[in-house]
Ligand binder design. Structure first.
Ligand code: IPD
Ligand code: CA
Ligand code: CA
Length: 259
């Protein structure tokens, strides 16, 4: 069964990727969602359609949660959590830092996840208890144990109503420590790049389950740690995300909490 699920997962991310490649740098419709720069393009919808088609044709009874269509709810204990394009603003501006992200939960726990950036040809994959890979090669987080020499990444919400000034103050505290902090514009890739040891840590407020599901498992299976800002065990439905190589986790928590 797990092999079948993996096969479906990989076919689904590749089907989505074909759509992204087809439209990249071309013309397509772009609309705003709840705020001017929270975009949805017709490519998000087309990629989502083909991804769901692949999953539904193999597992018609499975539950689906996907960013643009929402919940296609069933009583199945399998739930596919889909972001057809993570990094839509990048995609709409022809910036090749975007991906398809699909996580699969069984009984509420992540069991498999894939994140594919077709423009860098990087496929990140993880299966619970079996490690994480990048293009089939084992992945592991960095070994850096000092926040002082860490390279970090973050992101900012489109809407500020529910978050106050916290994301800016936390960002300022890390910057004032003299640390390099990057902003890629794709939370799923931020997580995968922590898993790959490119970044030592990532934090963000107000992400959604489809941004995080696959990347969460990929970070954990690459040996990293992921919690909310209290250091509690993580759920993809949390509104605070801290993912690190594990070694600098507590040091980052101190900076985030001690405003
Ligand atoms: C966004 C990206 C971005 C993050 C936003 C997300 P989208 O997802 O992951 O990095 O900062 O909060 O909404 O809209 O491109 O799917
Ligand atoms: Ca997203
Ligand atoms: Ca998206």
């Amino acid at each position: 069964m797990d092999d079948q699920l993996k096969n479906t997962l990989l076919r689904a991310v590749h089907a989505g990727a074909d759509v992204l490649r087809h439209y990249f740098e071309g013309t397509f419709e772009v609309h705003s969602k709840d705020s001017l720069n929270n975009l949805v393009t017709e490519v998000d919808q087309k990629a989502e359609n083909v991804i769901i088609e692949v999953i539904k044709s193999d597992f018609p009874e499975h539950f689906i949660l996907s960013e643009e269509v929402g919940e296609l709810s069933t009583s199945s204990n399998y739930k596919w959590v889909i972001d057809p394009i993570d990094g839509t603003v990048n995609f709409a501006h022809s910036i090749p830092i975007c991906c398809i992200s699909i996580g699969l939960e069984k009984d509420g726990l992540l069991m498999m996840g894939a994140v594919f950036n077709p423009f860098m040809n990087e496929l990140f994959f993880a299966e619970k208890g079996k490690g994480a890979t990048l293009n089939n090669k084992p992945l592991s987080v960095s070994k850096n144990a000092n926040l002082e020499s860490a390279c970090l990444v973050t992101g900012f919400p489109y809407r500020w109503v529910d978050v106050g000034t916290d994301p800016i103050s936390v960002f300022e505290r890390f910057i004032r420590l003299g640390l390099p902090v990057r902003r890629l514009g794709s939370a799923a890739l931020d997580l995968c790049w922590v898993a790959a040891g490119r970044f030592d840590g990532f934090w963000e407020y107000n992400l959604n389950p489809w941004d995080i599901a696959a990347g969460y498992l990929i970070v954990e299976e690459a040996g990293g740690r992921i919690t909310n800002f209290n250091g509690d065990p993580y759920s993809i439905y949390d509104k605070q995300t801290l993912a690190t190589n594990g070694n600098i986790h507590d040091q980052m928590l101190l900076v985030i909490k001690n405003g």
